[in-house]
Design a protein around this ligand. Sequence first.
Ligand code: PEP
Length: 251
Amino acid sequence: MRRKLIAGNWKMNQTKKDGLALAKGVFEAVAAQKGDFDVLVCPPMSLLGLIADLPHDGVALGSQDVSVAPKDFGAYTGDVSAAQVLDLGASYAIVGHSERRAMRYETDLVVREKAVNAISKGLIPVICVGETLEERESGQALSVVCRQVRESVPSTSTGENTVIAYEPVWAIGTGKVPSLADVEEMHTAIRAEVAALLGQEVADNMRLLYGGSVKPSNAHELLNAQNVDGALIGGASLKVEDFWGIIQTQL
Ligand code: PEP
């Protein structure tokens, strides 16, 4: 039985003061009304340690990235290793978000190496995949996303130590959402790809999140779609009432 995961990606947002207030609001809401699902908050690296020091029973924490360097420490200016992320109190790490694939030129191989590093330290990578609008309109969405899965998901992945997030690039931050049929078709194809790669049991246990313009008004439908095991939420994770409004649809 796959437990749903509702994850917030704050991206490069929040000062210390506002970020702590947002985290406290989310933590208090979750503590007051726990449900049969997991909640994950991924603040920017600048706030991760501070937020981890707050009481956060029932909420896991994650980073938005992890170094590609296969080392705990070393001469990698600006990088933060999986070991350091773990040390800050995180248990997840987003890798391969489309903003990093597009703006930081991260390839499937880089994403896979980051996922390998995360897993080797006991962090659960949330491996992001998703097609551009051009790829969808030219009928390549399924083949592009399945290739990303094949090349970004490491051989060390299991149903328990890895999460995949399907995030169509054209749906991120745009208010546009694919049809339910398209979401289900893609999630079913991703699960089949994982089965071909790592076996049916791994595929059956792996959580597949949908991400892209999830909000309280569409969360119930999206989160209950076939083969959808949760959501990765950007914009709507920046307000307690919106993030909580999404979580509430699962209570
Ligand atoms: C994201 O950045 O992962 C995301 C899904 O953003 P949004 O919810 O704002 O579309």
